[in-house]
Design a binder for this molecule. Structure first.
Ligand code: IPE
Ligand code: IPE
Ligand code: MG
Length: 258
C-alpha cells in the first residue's frame, strides 16, 4: 500500500539523533513485516516488577507498532503473541495473557475501525479459553470488511504443528480420492497453512536479542530478511520500526540468484 505521506511525516516528526524518516525509501517499504515480540519478562524484571507488568507494557508497544505499520503502508503486519510452547509457563501467567488478549482486542477495536485494519488469526484457536475465543471471533467478524492493513496475530501458534496439520489435511484428501499426491506443490501446501491468505514475510524482527525462531513460521521465512535488536519488546517504538526498515533496505535480496 502507498503510505499517506502527510500523515506519515506528522507521525515521524520529532526524530531522535540516529534515524529519521528521510533515511528510508517510502516507495520500498516491505509489504509484510513480522515481529517476534520478546522480552516482556526481562523488561519487568529490570524494574523489579512482576512479569505481568511486562506483558501489559507490551500491549502499548504493540499499539504503537500497529499504528506505525499503518502509517508506513504495510500490507500485512504479523506478530507472534503466544506459542504452542508458551502453555509451559505458570498457569497464572498463561491466564493473564489470555485475559489480556481478550481485553486488549475489545479495547482496540475502535482503532481497527479508524485505521481500516483487518484482523487475521494464526494458530489453533479452538484450544483457547472460551472468552478469548469469543472475542477473537468477534474481532474477525467486525473487521472482515476492512481493506487497509491486515494485522495477523499468531496465538497458540506453532510452526511444526502447523506443518503437520497441513500434511494431515492433504493426506486425508488423498485418501478420499479428492487429491492426487502428484498434484501437491508448494502453492497447494502453503494454502493449507494458517497463513494461506498471506504473502511470506519480507522482514522478520525479533526483539530482546535472541537469535532463534522459537517455532515461528519455519516454512514461510525461507527468504525473509532478519533483523534482531537488543531492545526489549515494551521499549520498541516507531523509531525502532524505522531502524529495522532502514536495515532491510540496505540488503540485497537474491533469492538464490546472483
Ligand atoms: C514475550 O515476552 C511475550 C510472550 C512470549 C507471551 P516474554 O514473556 O517471553 O519475555 P522474556 O523473554 O521472558 O523476557
Ligand atoms: C517466542 O518467545 C514466542 C513469542 C514471542 C510469543 P519465547 O520467549 O516463548 O521464546 P523462547 O522460549 O525464548 O525461545
Ligand atoms: Mg521470551
Amino acid at each position: 500500500m502507498q503510505p499517506d505521506h502527510q500523515k506519515l511525516s506528522e507521525y515521524y516528526a520529532v526524530a531522535p539523533d540516529d534515524i529519521a524518516l528521510s533515511d528510508i525509501d517510502t516507495a520500498r517499504i516491505p509489504a509484510h513485516v513480522s515481529i517476534i515480540m520478546d522480552g516482556n519478562g526481562r523488561w519487568a524484571a529490570k524494574r523489579g516488577l512482576p512479569r505481568a507488568q511486562g506483558h501489559v507494557a507490551g500491549v502499548d508497544a504493540l499499539r504503537e507498532a500497529v499504528t506505525a505499520g499503518v502509517r508506513l503502508g504495510f500490507d500485512v503486519f504479523s506478530v507472534y503473541a503466544f506459542s504452542t510452547e508458551n502453555w509451559r509457563r505458570p498457569k497464572l501467567e498463561v491466564d493473564l495473557l489470555m485475559g489480556l488478549f481478550a481485553k486488549t482486542l475489545v479495547a482496540e477495536l475502535p482503532l481497527f475501525h479508524q485505521e481500516n485494519v483487518r484482523l487475521e488469526l494464526l494458530g489453533d484457536l479452538e484450544a483457547l479459553p472460551a472468552e478469548t475465543y469469543r472475542v477473537f471471533m468477534r474481532g474477525l467478524d467486525e473487521t472482515a470488511g476492512h481493506d487497509g492493513m491486515t494485522f495477523a496475530l499468531a496465538v497458540n501458534y506453532g510452526s511444526r504443528a502447523e506443518i503437520v496439520r497441513a500434511a494431515q489435511d492433504l493426506a486425508r484428501l488423498a485418501r478420499s480420492g479428492e487429491l492426487d499426491p502428484d498434484d501437491i506443490d508448494q502453492d497447494l501446501f502453503s494454502s493449507h497453512l494458517y497463513t494461506a491468505a498471506l504473502p511470506d514475510p519480507d522482514l522478520l524482527i525479533r526483539t530482546s536479542g535472541e537469535l532463534r525462531l522459537s517455532n515461528y513460521l519455519l516454512y514461510q521465512l525461507a527468504y525473509t530478511e532478519f533483523y534482531v535488536t537488543d531492545t526489549l519488546w515494551p521499549d520498541f517504538t516507531r523509531w525502532d520500526m524505522l531502524r529495522a526498515i532502514r536495515s532491510f533496505q540496505s540488503r540485497s535480496r537474491r533469492f538464490g540468484g546472483v
